[in-house]
Design a protein around this ligand. Structure first.
Ligand code: MG
Length: 255
């Protein structure tokens, strides 16, 4: 199943992709019990929205050995968690805006996990069964502010700093996916999910010991090495085979 969210008739709808041309509108998100409506819309003429509307976005820091090393950090002995606000979400094709407060904004290509069940104190097997599907995430980061602040909130939380999509796919084996970031078509990051320090079931189980995960919540599972700067005029893409290609232009934030 491939889930998108589309603007139709002035409002947003979850929809299931049927083929290259069409999607069928759903009554709600499928992880919230949404069902088909028999109303078909053409994909080409529908504006794409971010395919998730999570109660929270839980992110994982330093979950790849080579990325921890490139930033001069030791590997964590337990998952390093932080949050991005849902207001940072951005659809594919929409612009990442560089804030005046930062001189160094970087891309972080990540495999995103969309939660499909309520998870509280979940075991790893319960957590694995509680995955709805996968998507692409760019954990855009103001690296200078991240180094300056104690908390990651400001560096990770600007509006437009969480591109996500273009769709949520189910039934894809997440154990060894290639995660690629390109800027203006040139490869910048290339990693494999099999190199995660903490696996997806381990992460969801650990997060669920802290906060209840709800259907539709988004987990950004950490970035491989190769993070680098974004400049106004760039086009940054996150590509994961079988999951999708998330592409966003970059521009200065308007005052
Ligand atoms: Mg990250």
């Amino acid at each position: 199943m491939r889930v998108v969210r589309l603007e139709h008739g002035g409002r947003g709808y979850f929809a299931e992709v049927l083929d290259a041309a069409n999607a069928e509108l759903l009554t709600d998100a499928p992880w919230s019990g949404g069902v088909r409506t028999a109303s078909l819309v053409p994909l080409a003429s529908s504006r794409r929205l971010c395919p998730v509307t999570p109660s929270k976005i839980v992110c994982v820091g330093r979950n790849y050995r080579a990325h921890a090393a490139e930033l001069g950090n030791d590997l964590p002995t337990e998952p390093l968690l932080f949050l991005k606000p849902p207001s940072s979400l951005l659809a594919t094709g929409d612009a990442i805006e560089l804030p005046a407060a930062s001189e160094r904004v970087e891309h972080e290509a990540e495999l995103g996990v969309v939660v499909g069940a309520r998870l509280r104190d979940a075991s790893e097997s319960e957590a694995a069964r509680g995955v709805f599907g996968l998507t692409c995430v760019n954990d855009v980061t103001a690296r200078d502010l991240q180094r300056r602040d104690v908390q990651f909130t400001r560096a990770k939380g600007f509006d437009t700093f969480c591109p996500c999509g273009p769709e949520v796919v189910t039934g894809v084996d997440w154990s060894d996916l290639e995660i690629l970031a390109t800027v203006n078509g040139a490869p910048r990051q290339r990693g494999r999910s099999s190199h995660m320090v903490f696996s997806i079931p381990t992460l969801l189980s650990a997060i669920s010991q802290v906060m209840t995960l709800l259907p539709g919540d988004l987990i950004a599972t950490g970035t491989p090495s190769g993070v680098g700067p974004l400049c106004a005029g760039d086009e940054v893409a996150v590509e994961i085979a079988g999951v999708g290609r998330l592409s966003n232009p970059v521009r200065l934030r308007r005052a």
